[in-house]
Structure formats: structure tokens, C-alpha cells
Write a protein that binds this ligand. Structure first.
Ligand code: UDP
Length: 327
């Protein structure tokens, strides 16, 4: 299969590209390199530097490479930022995604995969969260993904382009060659590992008075390689003539912020000082996915469900690349 990966220089996109190539796919990465890194792109992948806001560039990439499938990872992804800069999300994420969809339907792309999010489920009624949970976006970020999911519904109905929306919970971990390198970094695991590397003094625990066993937030940490494999299975199903679908993707288990820090201490041998501070606005107590549907329909199950394995892979990458992709 030939796949165009929009955002293939970013964290999840670059590792999915690596796994696609390992699985024998032909891959072209389309990325503006605002947040992604050229060095993260697998050397066997084609590369087009371009912006999804540029309709001509997107269309030309699709017309030239004629992919069977498109995977869309390229977007703004921070809940907190979306509360202060909503237009980046409600306009740019939506418009950029639509430009990609329009080019895809125009050139007969058969399968489209959207990186969606657990932020569709603010204040869920049931944990673990199944696909039947009502959608209540928790921020303009979540809303932008909800709108794109709806847009894909129309792409299928009007143009028969089949799609899968994969709602990720907390992506983490690394492959041997690729890992998480955001600027600024806001995610818990890389920040904790920065402390172990001596690049930060301590980690702040954002609230220890939540309604959880140890008072800190519980999240579903899912290894990035497991996410990548879910993309490949979902794309194969679409290209084999399967119907459009939406899946919640997580480990099925929750770990608290304090458990993450404690496990990182054990993995790194560093004391990792931590200090409880105020809550971060918008954080619910517990988010855990039910990935039963993708397990039953595609046979997907996480290969790296243990927090220790997740942190070990991230630690190996951070130790080997203490400055990320910057040489
Ligand atoms: N968190 C924290 N300290 C930090 C960064 C994150 O306590 O310096 C908490 C955050 O409140 C959340 C969990 O760690 O409960 C995971 O946050 P992250 O930003 O990694 O992912 P998100 O859940 O926002 O996608």
C-alpha cells in the first residue's frame, strides 16, 4: 500500500511511518516542520515539505504521489493552548484537515485515518470510556477533532472515502530510533525524564486532591508503537473494503501521575524530586479507554501495556538523544 502521512515528522506520525515501512508500505511524508523534525522522517520515506494550509501544495502532493491511503497527524494538539488560542484549533485544524480531505477525495484516496482524541469525552459517564460515550469536547482542541470526525462522515457519504477516527488517550514511549521531542514540552513522561537527565530541577504534580486513590490524576498511557500498529491495521481494513469506523485507543488501564513519577524513579535510578502544585485547568480526575471494539473488530491489543516498559523505551531514547533531534 502507498500511504501519505501528513505530520510524518512529528512524534506519532514519524513512528507510524517507521512501522509502515517495516510492514512493507510505500510512504510519503507531508510536513511543514513547524513542530516536526526532518531527522525524524524515516530515510526510506519520501518527503514533501509543505503546509496543509496551502491547498495547492496539498493537492499537488496527492496528485503526484497518488496514495491509496492518507493518515492525518498534522495538527495543533495542546488542550491548554487551545483554551487561549482557540482560532488555531477551531479554524486552522479544521481548515487544514478539510484541505487534506478535499485533495484526497478529488484524487480517489480510498482510506483516510484521522488522529482524534480522548478530549472528545469531557466528564464521561462511564469509565472505561467506550465509543458509545456521548461526545462532549473538553476544549477547542477536542472540538476541532469532533468537527473533523463529522466532516469525514460526509466524505464517506458523498464520495465513498472510507475513514477511521482513532481517539488516542495518552500517547507515550519511543521506538529505538524515534521519540518525543516537543518545544515547549508539556507532557508528563518526557518532563519527568528531563528531571532524570538533569535538565530540570523537579516535576510539578498538577493537583493531588483529585478523587483518585492517591489524589493525582489517572490517565491511560498507551505506547506509541501500539498506536502505530492500530493505524496500520485500520488502514488495511479500509483498503480491504471495510466500512468506516471510530475507535477509542488506550491501554485499558490507568496510572496516576504519582505512579508515573515513581516508576520513572525506578527505571532511571534518579530521585526525581516532585512537588504538588495547583490543578491544571480542564483536567478530569480519571480518563481510561475501553479498546474492546478495535480488539474485537481488528484483533488489536497493546504489546507494551506495562508502565515500566513504556517508561523504559522513552528513557532509552531520551538518554541517547538528550537534546532531542537537535544535534
Ligand atoms: N501533569 C503533571 N505535571 C506536569 C505535566 C502533566 O502533573 O508537569 C499531569 C497532567 O495534569 C495530567 C497528566 O499529567 O493529569 C498527563 O498530562 P499530559 O500533559 O502528559 O497529557 P494530557 O493528559 O494533557 O494529554
Amino acid at each position: 500500500m502507498k500511504i501519505l502521512v501528513a505530520g510524518g515528522a512529528g512524534y506519532i506520525g514519524s513512528i507510524t511511518t517507521e512501522r509502515l515501512i517495516k510492514a512493507g508500505a510505500d510512504v510519503v511524508v507531508f510536513d511543514n516542520l513547524y513542530q516536526g523534525h526532518r531527522d525524524a522522517v524515516h530515510p526510506q520515506a519520501g518527503f514533501v515539505q509543505g503546509d496543509l494550509a496551502d491547498k495547492t501544495a496539498v493537492e499537488s502532493a496527492i496528485a503526484t504521489h497518488k496514495p491509496d491511503g492518507v493518515m492525518h497527524f498534522a495538527s495543533y494538539t495542546l488542550v491548554g493552548e487551545s483554551m487561549t488560542q482557540p482560532f488555531l484549533y477551531l479554524r486552522d485544524n479544521v481548515m487544514n484537515g478539510l484541505n487534506l480531505m478535499e485533495a484526497a477525495v478529488k484524487h480517489g484516496v480510498k482510506g483516510f485515518i484521522l488522529s482524534s482524541t480522548a478530549n472528545l469525552f469531557d466528564d464521561p459517564e462511564r469509565i472505561p470510556i467506550a465509543e458509545t460515550e456521548r461526545i462532549v469536547p473538553g476544549s477547542p482542541y477536542g472540538e476541532s477533532k469532533h468537527i473533523l470526525e463529522r466532516n469525514l462522515h460526509w466524505m464517506d457519504r458523498l464520495y465513498s472515502m472510507k475513514y477511521a477516527c482513532l481517539r488516542y488517550f495518552n500517547a507515550c514511549g519511543a521506538s529505538a530510533e524515534r521519540g518525543e521531542d516537543h518545544d515547549p514540552e508539556t507532557h508528563l513522561i518526557p518532563l519527568v525524564l528531563d528531571v532524570a537527565l538533569g535538565q530540570r530541577e523537579k516535576i510539578a504534580i498538577f493537583g493531588d486532591d483529585y478523587d483518585t486513590p492517591d489524589g493525582s490524576c489517572v490517565r491511560d498511557y498507551i505506547h506509541v508503537i501500539d498506536l502505530a500498529e492500530a493505524h496500520i491495521l485500520a488502514m488495511q481494513a479500509l483498503l480491504d473494503g471495510g466500512e468506516s469506523r471510530k475507535y477509542n485507543l488506550g491501554n485499558g488501564r490507568g496510572f496516576s501521575v504519582k505512579e508515573v513519577i515513581q516508576t520513572a524513579r525506578e527505571v532511571t535510578g534518579h530521585p526525581i524530586p516532585a512537588e504538588a502544585g495547583p490543578r491544571r485547568p480542564g483536567d478530569p480526575d480519571i480518563l481510561i479507554a475501553s479498546s474492546e471494539t478495535i480488539n474485537q473488530e481488528l484483533g488489536w491489543r497493546p504489546q507494551f501495556p506495562e508502565l515500566r516498559q513504556i517508561i523504559e523505551t522513552a528513557w532509552n531514547w531520551h538518554q541517547a538523544n538528550p537534546n532531542g533531534y537537535e544535534k
